[in-house]
Design a binder for this molecule. Structure first.
Ligand SMILES: Cc1ncc(COP(=O)(O)O)c(C=O)c1O
Length: 426
């Protein structure tokens, strides 16, 4: 029987056998012991799968990764210590010094920094394209050394919706995969692999954990991208890895396993950005209610966007569920049951009004965090983008009066009443 997404949220990944613990066991152990060196040697040669050191892999993490894999409809998945690590690993697993990435310009600021500054120091170049670019502009961004295309299903904080099918088609025409960061919708609202994405990443810190308790990330491989068909572009997957006695990942682990096995065997081994098993356990608690929480986040986001769009002190509202929003059509296609709880808006009274509004909120809490059960709010010009003047903010696409309101799962009426009273103080 085909399982529905709510059942996978609750029971996916870990299915205990007879007389086994009902809850996912926490393997709070760095190390596994073996009776013979020969046995351990087989693990080091990737001849046998098994655990030996938690810097690379831990069963608790793998149960939770398996659940996220099922939720996204992938072939293999891994947890990372953060969303940043997930995006870094997803790209660096197939691109390195001398390579090039095409990325949507509407992405999280941390990912932008990773691409523009840190990856550049590693010799990896990035060309940004607007998610609204023409097909010609998208085409022009590719180079012979392009290794992947990257975008966010719903961009944080711009809330632009990525046309996944169009970006996937362009990537595939150039023989490279599309990597989609699906943090904001989660697989409950959108499953990018069904629209052609090859690799999906998450900051599990956000809705997946949902309770502001653990920082984490995940990478899911669709198992659909044929590395061997583009062998010259992806030598790391299609030629021998001398650090594992010449294993060829795409041959030994096939379409479904090559990408995640390589990322685990090489990148986790060398960078060690593993999620702690305790955090994976807590993440799983969040996942168990994801399908119940997401509709309430979306309901609150939609109601808030509608309320704000009719308020005289509000200058603009960005929310893909509003029929007036430029991304409404794409949201109807990719997110027909709702998008997320995050709404961005500005004030007719400008920056000073935004500052007054922030001070007056009672339920919504000022935090850099987003996508949490508790409503949180951020004024980027006064926080994450504080170093920029108004002209620089406009150039970065962030209005000085813009506030990002991340609607939690509290009662809708209370959230709107809080925003209404704060607007009344302006
Ligand atoms: C869309 C998106 N991707 C990645 C990240 C980075 O995740 P983390 O903070 O877990 O490293 C964030 C963080 O806000 C995000 O919003």
């Amino acid at each position: 029987m085909a399982e529905r997404i709510g059942t996978t949220c609750v029971q996916g990944g870990y299915r205990p056998g007879d007389a086994e613990p009902r809850q996912i066991p926490i393997y709070q152990s760095t190390t596994w012991k073996y009776d013979t060196s020969e046995h351990m040697g087989k693990l080091f040669d990737l001849e046998e799968s098994g655990y030996f050191y938690t810097r690379l892999q831990n069963p608790t993490n793998d149960y939770v990764a398996a659940k996220i894999c099922e939720l996204e409809g992938g072939s293999a998945a891994m947890l990372t210590s953060s969303g940043q690590a997930a995006n870094f690993f997803a790209v660096f697993n197939i691109a390195g010094c001398g390579d090039h990435v095409v990325a949507s310009s509407a992405i999280y600021g941390g990912t932008y920094n990773l691409f523009v500054h840190t990856m550049a120091r590693m010799g990896l170049e990035c060309t940004f394209v607007s998610p609204d670019c023409t097909d010609e502009e998208l085409e022009a961004a590719f180079r012979p050394n392009t290794k992947c295309v990257f975008g966010e299903t719903i961009a944080n904080p711009a809330l632009d919706v990525l046309d996944i099918e169009r970006f996937a088609a362009a990537a595939h025409a150039h023989g490279v995969p599309l990597i989609v960061d699906n943090t904001f919708p989660t697989p409950v609202m959108c499953r990018p692999i069904e629209w052609g994405a090859d690799i999906v990443t998450h900051s599990t810190t956000k809705y997946m954990d949902g309770h502001g308790a653990t920082v984490g990330g995940a990478i899911v491989d669709s198992g659909k991208f044929d590395w061997m068909a583009h062998a010259d572009k992806f030598p790391g997957l299609t030629t021998p890895d001398e650090s594992y006695h010449g294993v060829v990942y795409a041959e030994k682990f096939g379409l479904g396993g090559a990408f995640i096995t390589k990322a685990t065997a090489q990148l986790m081994r060398d960078f060690g950005s593993i999620q702690s098993p305790m955090n994976a356990f807590l993440l799983n608690m969040g996942l168990e209610s994801l399908h119940v929480r997401m509709p309430q986040h979306c309901k609150n986001g939609q109601a808030m966007a509608e309320f704000l769009s009719e308020h005289p002190k509000v200058r603009f509202v960005k929310y893909p569920g509003l029929p007036t929003d430029p991304y409404y059509e794409l949201a109807q296609k990719y997110l027909p049951n709702g998008s997320c709880g995050v709404v961005s808006f500005g004030f007719t009274g400008g920056r000073a009004a935004a500052e007054q509004f922030m001070k007056s909120l009672k339920l919504a809490q000022i935090a850099t965090h987003v996508a949490d059960a508790r409503t949180c709010v951020l004024h980027p010009a006064n926080a994450t983008h504080r170093q920029m003047n108004d002209a620089e903010l406009e150039a970065a696409g962030i209005a000085p009066d813009m506030v990002r309101l991340s609607c939690g799962i509290e009662s809708t009426e209370d959230l709107i009443a809080d925003v209404e009273q704060a607007l009344a103080t302006i």
